[in-house]
Write a protein that binds this ligand. Structure first.
Ligand SMILES: [Zn+2]
Length: 455
């Protein structure tokens, strides 16, 4: 895999669309300069260049069960019955298995247009609940998988201590996830040593949910980590979570979170599906980023995020592929927009104003929110940012006669993964004409795990 300078005929920079530009990349993988015209020794890449997308919410092991929960059960199907199946898979995975599954998943992310992932990793221990010799073993395997593919990663080890509001004892099926503050900070220490020497890797934390931590426990952990580290938490995904929160505290989950913690742009609240108009407004003004996972939320029947009200109030968001039922920035942004159209009997609900491209608006907002959420220098093609670029196939029938914002709209509303032709991450040309150097090897290892664990 090579790094170098790249020439594009059409490119979406931080200052808008430009034509005929050479991107100069420094030895650190960051953009040094955008030069008009063809720069000497630049590699010419045919296609439409846009900033690659951050994927802020991933549970890599869930990639194994994609497509296996789409049959109706003997009883009523719900998020909670889906979770039983997921726990069954989670109980079997060994470190080598997780690394193989994560590598396949991260390759699929790259092929779809993502250049960095936030891995919300909660399989900490051995299947019987005993810690590994290195307590961060499973998270380290995710980092290794990202390195194999060349993807950026923000590892978010999960703080999971309880099974319900108010510190309820964990379930036996949750024993691989459970840590107290000391064990958890041991995992964080081990990971901080690892990421220090890796420019594409960052570290944050992920209190799993308001069910899984108490405010006191989370405060204790927050006081022991750097004040800049990202904090990601699931909140208000399910109606049952809302009623449990009210029963425990008298407050809805987002209200409870806002009361207990001073949210800021270091926080990413995953889902935040069920909010009142007042909660929506306060969350939007807090500066926190909503980590939306529209295809997973649709697949699990979670509900509809109040995106029109949230964006009108200045809210920031990012996208994540979460359960990986779909791994595509285009499909997640499309689902987000369609959820609002279906609810409100309207069109172009999230264009951000008259005569604006919906796709471009959503893409730009998700880039900006995603880069902040992962604490990575990505999300824009500009001097000083990492050179993470997705190249769309201008020869694909869906893009014939389309340029600039129309190309983004066509990608998001009609295309998907098949329109992404090349990917550059930190100046390395990792995906060329849809091929990754290691894809056969990665697929082979993934297949062996699936065949062994198939139900
Ligand atoms: Zn999640």
């Amino acid at each position: 895999m090579q790094s170098g300078n790249f020439h594009f005929s059409d490119i979406l920079t931080a200052n808008g669309w430009r034509r005929d530009v050479t991107v100069h990349v420094g030895p650190d993988g960051n953009i040094q300069e955008l030069q008009n015209g063809y720069g000497s020794n630049a590699k010419r890449i045919r296609g439409i260049a846009v900033p690659a997308m951050p994927n802020v919410h991933s549970h890599a092991h869930q990639r194994l069960m994609v497509g296996l929960a789409e049959r109706s059960g003997p009883g009523a199907d719900s998020f909670w019955t889906w979770r039983e199946l997921m726990y069954g898979f989670s109980s079997q995975l060994q470190p080598d298995d997780l690394e193989a599954v994560a590598a396949q998943l991260y390759l699929e992310m790259l092929q779809a247009g993502f250049s960095a992932v936030g891995e919300f990793q909660y399989l900490h221990h051995q299947p019987d609940g005993t810690a590994y010799a290195n307590p961060a073993e499973m998270s380290l395997r995710c980092l290794a998988a990202a390195s194999t593919v060349g993807l950026g990663i923000t590892i978010l080890p999960t703080l999971y201590a309880y099974s319900g509001f108010g510190g309820q004892a964990p379930l036996a099926t949750q024993r691989r996830f459970i840590t107290d503050a000391d064990q958890f900070l041991g995992i964080v220490d081990s990971l901080s040593i690892q990421v220090k020497s890796q420019p594409l890797q960052q570290l944050g934390i992920a209190p799993h949910s308001l069910r899984a931590v108490t405010p006191a426990l989370l405060r204790e952990v927050l006081s022991a980590i750097p004040a800049t580290a990202p904090v990601h938490i699931h909140v208000a995904e399910q109606l049952k979570e809302v009623s449990d929160s009210i029963a425990f505290s008298g407050l809805r989950p987002v209200e409870f979170l806002l009361r207990e913690f001073a949210l800021s742009d270091r926080w990413t609240v995953i889902h935040a599906t069920h909010m009142t108009p007042a909660e929506t407004e306060v969350l939007a003004r807090s500066g926190a980023i909503s980590g939306l996972c529209p295809t997973t939320e649709a697949n699990l029947g979670d509900g509809v995020f109040p995106a029109t009200a949230y964006l009108s109030a200045g809210g920031r968001f990012a996208i994540g592929s979460d359960s990986h039922i779909s791994v595509s920035p285009a499909e997640d942004l499309r689902m987000l927009e369609y959820s609002q159209r279906l609810r409100d009997f309207t069109r172009n609900a999230l264009a951000g104003g008259p005569s604006r491209s919906t796709g471009r608006n959503l893409y730009g907002l998700a880039l900006e929110g995603g880069a902040r959420s992962l604490n990575q220098p990505i999300g824009a093609i500009a001097q000083g940012r990492r050179c993470d670029i997705a190249v769309l196939d201008e020869d694909h029938p869906l893009l014939v006669g389309r340029s600039q914002d129309q190309a983004i709209d066509s990608w998001i509303f009609s295309g998907g993964t098949q329109l992404v032709k090349d990917m550059i991450v930190a100046g390395r040309h990792l995906l060329k004409d849809r091929r990754h150097l290691l894809e056969d090897e990665i697929a082979h290892r993934f297949r062996a795990v699936v065949e062994r664990l198939a139900p």
